[in-house]
Ligand binder design. Structure first.
Ligand code: CDP
Length: 228
């Protein structure tokens, strides 16, 4: 058992915000694996790679993946910065272009193998909250606590839009992107979005952020207390 929390769930289910608060309380690091998939998608777009060229995308992940570094960032929206070598790409990861490209990049087995290996190496060091789709099932099944967070697609779109300046008018596009990523993430052959058998399911549709954070902390302290 590793002293870590695996926080999985669909797009915009609130994993990043919850992870950030939980990690602050416990003094753990946050590793947002979605940001790594987004960084590969960004690099692919910048190089104008075809998004159905699995070989080229895998080669790209192999050269970039080992250069990713998460730095804590108390002030920022995400709670961390992601660097590729010396370049800070954090603010480029959440554009619509990247959000549309990322599920296609994440469906490539070679890309997943490279990133999962990096993620597992970090996770095995412990004292981390890791967010993603396959942390409890593939990347770090030894995590002391696994949580599968869900919320309705409309509620997730509403929350995501609330973070944007011109949010209201973007609601239809954001909802459509969330639905499309739900579909692609759930239907892909390699590491689909699915709860680990021993994950605690947490439907956050009717819960506040504070309630979710409190629940995760309570579950974790109980797990830690009951493991030898
Ligand atoms: O934050 P949000 O819920 O919008 O998504 P994200 O966590 O940034 O992940 C972006 C995309 O990366 C997802 O839609 C998945 O296609 C992919 N992903 C994945 O396949 N496996 C992970 N462990 C994390 C993300």
């Amino acid at each position: 058992v590793i002293e870590a929390i695996a926080l999985d769930g669909p797009a915009a289910s609130g994993k990043t915000t919850v992870a950030r608060r939980v990690a602050q309380t416990l003094g753990f690091a946050v590793i947002d694996t979605g940001a790594m998939y987004r960084a590969v998608a960004l690099a692919a777009l910048e190089r104008a790679l075809a998004l159905d060229d699995g070989g080229a995308l895998t080669a790209l992940a192999e050269s970039e993946g080992p250069r990713y570094r998460f730095l804590p960032d108390g002030e920022g929206e995400q709670g961390y910065r992601l660097r590729v070598g010396d370049r800070d790409v954090t603010d480029l990861l959440y554009t619509e272009r990247v959000s549309v490209a990322v599920p296609r990049v994440a469906a490539v087995s070679g890309v997943r193998a490279v990133l999962a290996r990096e993620q597992r190496r970090i996770g095995l060091e412990g004292r981390v909250v890791m967010t993603g789709r396959d942390i409890g099932t593939v990347v770090l099944p030894e995590a002391a606590l696994k949580v599968f967070m869900t919320a309705s697609a409309e509620e997730r779109a509403r929350r995501r839009v609330a973070q944007l300046d011109d949010g209201a008018e973007q609601f239809p596009a954001v909802l459509a992107n969330i639905r499309e990523r739900d579909r692609m993430d759930s239907e892909r052959a390699d590491s689909p979005l699915v709860a680990a058998a021993d994950a605690v399911a947490l439907d956050t549709t009717a819960l506040s952020l504070e309630q979710v954070v409190a629940r995760v902390l309570e579950l974790f302290s109980r797990r830690v207390a009951s493991t030898p």
